[in-house]
Design a protein around this ligand. Structure first.
Ligand SMILES: C[S@@+](CC[C@H](N)C(=O)[O-])C[C@H]1O[C@@H](n2cnc3c(N)ncnc32)[C@H](O)[C@@H]1O
Length: 314
């Protein structure tokens, strides 16, 4: 291995020892051990059970050569005690449209990882993302803790992980909405894996923007975690979180019962919550609690708890 990578290997090893112990105690198989800790090594490294994922952060000014990539893989193997076939290498570039959700062309292998004792299907090759967004682990647990006896709505649901937690926490009914057939199927497999009844917990393949205008139902707990931008062929208009969040939140608040709670989150660095929303509803920024301890980048997402004002008076 190149000498330059010794610092990277040492940091990985130190973090792996620390986080593997911490996460084992909590029954968590999937977590981050390296998050661009050393600027010279612009990677994130995640553990998924016996497998590892390296994300290379592409910077326009610096191209990472194949040899450097190979060195990064060797460092991960040495530091976390695994063989090279267990390491999955991905390049994170600025995405256009819904590119992030397109297939990579590699089929990969479906694996099960557990989080707080709850199993999920992941695939470390098929798409850029794995099926489980690790930065939402804390919010998933929060949903489980708040779900008892509630009607739950999961918008932009991806593989349905928030709903799995809600059902495990005792939600009596739920709707899980996503535009993608592939992710609705994946959600279905996660429900099956967790013995969740799909008559009580319904998966809907639809454009959220149309769904929220049409549904007449009321929910007590809602999660909205949209992409920053989406222009899928299945949509008539594009979706832009900065431009469209006011309408989205206002529509969703109409579906929220008077004492209900809505969680709204997104990953857009430059995102500003409109004054209209903070004035109209009872808002709390919970990002300091929602970003997990293993994410050094505390700006990975922002998350707000939103309630009707009258709920606070009761
Ligand atoms: C950031 S991911 C959501 C992550 C998810 N909340 C979680 O924590 O697992 C975005 C998801 O939004 C879906 N999506 C994008 N535009 C949509 C739309 N207009 N209506 C419904 N789903 C949409 C994508 O298919 C993708 O699954």
């Amino acid at each position: 291995m190149n000498e330059r990578f010794i610092a990277f290997t040492n940091r990985l090893n130190k973090n792996f020892k620390h986080f593997s112990k911490l996460m084992r105690k909590q029954n968590i198989d999937a977590y981050r051990i390296y998050d661009k800790d050393i600027p010279e090594f612009p990677f994130a490294v995640d553990i998924y059970g016996d497998s590892r994922v390296i994300y290379e952060y592409h910077t326009p000014h610096k191209n990472i050569a194949d040899e450097e990539r190979q060195n990064a893989v060797l460092s991960v193997c040495m530091a976390t005690d695994c063989t090279q076939d267990k390491v999955h290498y991905k390049v994170r570039q600025k995405q256009k449209g819904d590119e992030q959700y397109q297939k990579t062309g590699i089929l990969g292998e479906d694996l099960i990882v557990s989080e707080n004792g709850i199993p999920f299907w992941v695939n470390l090759d098929k798409y850029l993302d794995t099926g489980l967004f690790l930065d939402h682990r804390n919010t998933r647990l929060r949903i489980k803790n708040e779900a008892m006896g509630k009607r739950f709505l999961n918008l932009f649901a991806y593989t349905g992980s928030f709903t799995v937690y809600a059902a495990k926490g005792g939600a009596i009914y739920s709707e899980t909405v996503d535009l993608s057939n592939a992710y609705c199927e994946w959600a279905k497999r996660n429900f099956k894996l967790n013995n969740i009844n799909t008559k009580q917990h319904i998966i809907i393949r639809e454009n959220v923007l149309e769904y929220i205008q049409q549904t007449q139902k009321q929910f007590d707990l809602i999660v909205i975690d949209p992409p920053s931008f989406s222009n899928s062929k299945k949509m008539t208009n594009s979706f832009d979180i900065q431009r469209d969040h006011v309408l989205l939140i206002k529509q969703a608040m109409k579906l929220l019962s008077p004492n209900g709670v809505l969680y709204f989150s997104n990953n857009l660095r430059t995102f500003k919550l409109a004054n209209e929303i903070s004035e109209k509803y009872n808002i709390k920024d919970i990002s300091a609690q929602s970003v997990p301890i293993d994410f050094r980048n505390k700006k990975i997402h922002r998350c707000w708890q939103i309630k009707h004002f009258q709920a606070a008076l009761k």
